[in-house]
Design a protein. Structure first.
Length: 136
């Protein structure tokens, strides 16, 4: 099992030694220092894109609108905690509720793009016994 950095003490969730309330007060670049290398680099280089996305989400939540996005590469920051965001998976929007375990991951990781196939019975001509059957 991967170490996510989340520790539970007395029903309070901690991410790398800080509570969610403390993390919400941090700037995006300060929060990036708590992450592993790949999400940290993305946040340090594109912090303005992430902050603009957070601002738009907070405006929509204040108006009571649903949040829909095609941006699957946004790193989840503490300001998004508790929101339900609908993420596009290529065909439809998939609702995802943001929790503290998701901090540092990208939005696209929680909206699966592939569908599991359920195979049915074999078709006509697929087996030797059905080869002689007519197609009509």
């Amino acid at each position: 099992m991967a170490n996510t950095g989340i520790v539970v003490t007395n029903k309070e969730r901690l991410f790398r030694g800080k509570s969610v309330d403390d993390l919400k007060k941090l700037d995006t670049r300060e929060f990036a220092k708590l992450l592993k290398s790949r999400p940290r680099r993305m946040l340090m280089r594109n912090f303005n894109v992430v902050e603009e996305f957070v601002r738009r989400c907070q405006k929509k939540v204040a108006k009571g609108k649903m949040i829909k996005t095609h941006q699957r590469d946004i790193v989840i920051v503490p300001q998004l905690w508790g929101m339900t965001i609908q993420i596009h998976n290529g065909k439809e929007f998939f609702p995802v509720k943001i929790t503290e375990e998701m901090f540092g991951h990208r939005l696209g990781e929680f909206s699966i793009t592939r569908k599991f196939s359920k195979h049915g019975a074999a078709g006509i001509g697929a087996t030797k016994g059905s080869k002689s059957l007519s197609v009509k």
